[in-house]
Design a protein. Structure first.
Lengths: 135, 178
């Protein structure tokens, strides 16, 4: 038996395995696109209406932000500059503290001398307190 | 591949943001895109939705389109993906639903009613992909490679699907004819 469907008639075949021409015609008819230019013009309009709404949605998004673009850039630059200055000051302060801390720990006699001065300035009444502060 | 000058010009203008040019591309390719979508989703309304969604996605991605390639192949892939998304959301499997789908308002309902009913019954029993492949190849004339690209499968798989789908359709219709 031939590998072919005779339904309803046998016709020419595009390739050895192809379906019968009449069956192909039936399927083609079942899947045929809508006929008439009016339908396709309408579909094109609906597609382009959606494209336009997508475009306007994009435009609206940018148009809301656009006026704020320049001020936002200036503000961001100012904030960045201020942050940089503050950061530099903090670094300098840390360096100073680190320097002082290192200097004090390496010269205990200076600390003792300053404590002596404090105790002399406070007089003999504070001698006991000065003693505890300096030790 | 030879790209018609008109299409190339429209595609380049559309890439530059010209909506009128994109409308020209829609006009040129919407019928073919509809056939691709219809082969996948079966139902006319879903095919129409897939075409609309596909062209909107194409517009959104137009800056990624290479005008030296064919616009039809590019947009048909996008429409096919939109149609596959719809089939994943809406499964039309029953014979009744497919029969209704094939009784579209664009044809005479009295014409070949029995044959159409039997055909619809047979097509409904094919797996979705096999049905899409047989319609795309035997009705729309796409190659196995083109079908593979649109459905996201190798060309050889499309060829194999086509062979099995034809065999099954023959068997089903012969059984129906008893």
């Amino acid at each position: 038996m031939a590998d072919e469907l005779k339904f309803p008639t046998n016709g020419a075949r595009a390739d050895r395995d192809s379906l019968d021409e009449s069956l192909t015609a039936l399927i083609r008819d079942a899947y045929a696109p809508p006929d008439g230019d009016v339908y396709w013009a309408g579909l094109e309009q609906r597609i382009m209406a959606r494209v336009a709404s997508e475009t306007s949605a994009d435009t609206a998004w940018w148009s809301v932000l656009a006026p704020w673009g320049r001020p936002a850039l200036i503000a961001a630059a100012a904030i960045f500059a201020v942050a940089g200055v503050i950061n530099q000051q903090l670094v300098d302060s840390d360096d100073q503290l680190a320097y002082e801390s290192a200097f004090q720990s390496s010269t205990p006699e200076v600390v003792s001398a300053s404590d002596e001065i404090i105790s002399v300035e406070r007089g003999t009444d504070g001698a006991t307190i000065s003693y505890f502060l300096s030790h | 591949m030879r790209i018609p000058d008109e299409e190339r010009a429209l595609a380049e203008a559309a890439r530059a943001g010209d909506r009128e040019a994109f409308a020209g591309l829609v006009r040129l390719h919407q019928r073919r895109a509809y056939l691709v979508a219809r082969a996948i989703v079966t139902v006319h309304e879903d095919a129409e939705d897939a075409v609309q969604e596909g062209f909107v996605r194409a517009w959104q991605a137009i800056d990624r389109f290479d005008p030296s390639q064919g616009f039809a192949a590019w947009v048909n892939r996008i429409v096919a993906n939109a149609a596959l998304d719809i089939t994943r959301r809406r499964k039309v499997r029953s014979t009744e639903e497919l029969s209704d789908a094939l009784r579209s308002p664009f044809r005479d309902p009295a014409e070949d009613a029995e044959l159409k009913s039997r055909l619809a019954e047979a097509l409904a029993q094919l797996p979705e992909r096999a049905r899409s492949v047989i319609v795309m190849h035997d009705i729309e004339g796409f190659t196995h490679v083109e079908i593979g690209e649109m459905l996201g499968i190798p060309g050889g798989t499309a060829r194999s699907d086509l062979h099995h789908a034809r065999q099954k359709l023959r068997t089903l219709l012969m059984d129906l004819r008893g």
